[in-house]
Structure formats: C-alpha cells, structure tokens
Design a protein around this ligand. Structure first.
Ligand code: MN
Length: 289
C-alpha cells in the first residue's frame, strides 16, 4: 500500500474466473467493503476466442451482482428464468437475496475483445433474506463533467439518479475522461474507491492504473482527477457499511453457520437456489476450511 494525503493505493490480485483473467481489486484486507461494495473483478481485456468465458451455474446469496462491460458481449442466465445478452453501456443487476443461481458465458461469435468489471454489493439485513430479482438497464443517466462524461450505474451523481435498485446508500459511476483535469462531485458521507479499467490517472501525486485500487475515506465534496490521456474509471462510493459481513465463495452472510447452511443447500440442491438448466457444467462448492 502507498498513501499520500487522503488517498491510499492497493495492488489487485491476479486470478482467473471461468477461464478469464481477472484483477481482483476488492476485497482487500484493509478494506473488506467500500460502502456496501464488497467485491470487484476487473475482467480482461482479452481478445475474443470461442469459449473464452464459461461460468456454469453457481449460487449466490446476500449480495447483488453488478456487471458492466466496456468491450465484448456476455450471456447471463439465471434461475429466475432471465436470459439476457449484456453489451457495453448496459447494466446487469442481479439481486440474490436468500438465494439465486446463474451462469455467465462469452458470446459464440466474435464480438471483439472482452473487457469489463463485475462488482458485488452486500445486501443489508433488511433485504438479504428476501426474494431474488434481476434487472437489465439499457438507459442510464449521463452527466457532462468539465473533463469528460459520466454514466450513473447505481445511485446518483450531481442530481442524476440511476433507475437501478439499491438497498443501501451507495453509488457506482463510470467516468470516461479526456486528457486533463476532471472534477467529480462527491457526497461527504461517502467513502470511495477508484478502479481504472483503461488508461492512467492521477489523484494528487498518486498514479492509478489498471491493477490498482485507490481508496479515499469520507469527508470530501469533490474528487479531482488528472488524466494523461483517455481513461475509463469505475468510481464506487457509499456510506461505510454498518454490518460486519462474512464472505465465502459466492456467499455473503454474517456467520459461519449461515455459510455452511448455504453450502449444504447448494450441494444437496434443496431448491434454495432455484433451478437453472444449462449446457455448462454446474459448479461444486469448495470444501469448507
Ligand atoms: Mn456469479
């Protein structure tokens, strides 16, 4: 970690999901959550090839998945019966609640290099045992800033409010920056994280590039970003999450017993996570440690 002023920079961890190289920016030991954001995988970029991403049916509970592409295409299928092709500029938002299962795969035809981010949002106590749901949004608010444009995926920016569901006070904004300085308005009650998907930016003297997570705590009403060239940045914000979560595999819960119960439900296919017929292989849960 390097810290300068109020901004701290963390290295992402390299991993692979369903055959796809990812850089895992969240969680970090120092920051299990940023607002309710609890997981961030920067996927790709990788050139298209057949079967490049095959993530067969697997379960989730206690979280929302937020999937956003800046290149390529993916097909989402879930146990609610949703079948949705995801393309750049559209938002997939799946709420797991008590339980849901889904699959994700790359397109069978060449749709260009695959590049995007998958984020998880921890659900609060009030909704985490509730019903599962799926939303797809093709129209999202666009905001012109002094140094570029912003798309509001979740929450709001400068009075522009996303139609996407949110169960806590948090926001997710894609910044498309030009060379030069951009001033982004912020809520003082929010902590923030920046994940650079493309290009290179600076906040103060800190350089932030793909493979890094920048963190800044609450207490600021704006963020000043300098870009050396065109850059795409995911800006995540939120009021610090007031509940202590336990994350294991694809589950977000509060206790080890809840995790064991969710794992048992998936392994015995007891109906908690619904049914998802698929040509892809179903994932087995790893052993509990
Ligand atoms: Mn998933």
């Amino acid at each position: 970690m390097r810290a300068m002023g109020d901004v701290a920079i963390f290295d992402s961890r390299h991993d692979a999901v369903g055959g796809l190289p990812v850089r895992r920016a969240l969680p970090r030991a120092a920051h299990r959550t940023v607002g309710a954001w609890c997981f961030a995988d920067h996927m790709g970029p990788v050139p298209w090839r057949p079967g490049m991403m095959r993530i067969g049916p697997h379960p989730h509970c206690g979280l929302q998945t937020v999937t956003w592409l800046i290149g390529g295409e993916a097909l989402h299928c879930d146990s609610l019966g949703s079948e949705q092709i995801l393309r750049p500029g559209s938002l997939n938002l799946m709420t797991a609640g008590g339980g849901v299962s889904h699959s994700e795969e790359s397109s069978s035809t060449d749709t260009g290099a695959f590049h995007g981010i998958q984020l998880w949002v921890a659900q609060p106590e009030a909704t985490r045992h509730g019903p599962a749901a799926f939303e797809h949004h093709q129209v999202l608010p666009k905001v012109e800033l002094d140094g570029g444009g912003a798309t509001v995926l979740i929450g709001d920016l400068a009075g522009h409010v996303s139609p996407a569901r949110r169960d806590t006070d948090h926001s997710g904004v894609e910044l498309n920056l030009r060379t030069g300085v951009t001033t982004v308005p912020c809520r003082e009650s929010y902590e923030h994280a920046l994940v650079v998907l493309d290009g290179s930016i600076r906040v103060g003297s800190m350089v932030i590039e793909p493979g890094k997570l920048a963190y800044r705590g609450p207490g600021h009403d704006q963020l000043v970003i300098e870009a050396d060239g065109p850059a795409v940045v995911m800006m995540l914000g939120g009021v610090p999450f007031g509940e202590t979560i336990t994350m294991w595999w694809n589950f977000v819960a509060r206790t080890a017993d809840e995790i064991a119960s969710a794992r048992h439900s998936w392994e015995t296919d007891d109906g908690r996570f619904g049914t998802l017929p698929s040509h892809l292989d179903r994932y087995d849960a790893p052993p509990l440690r």
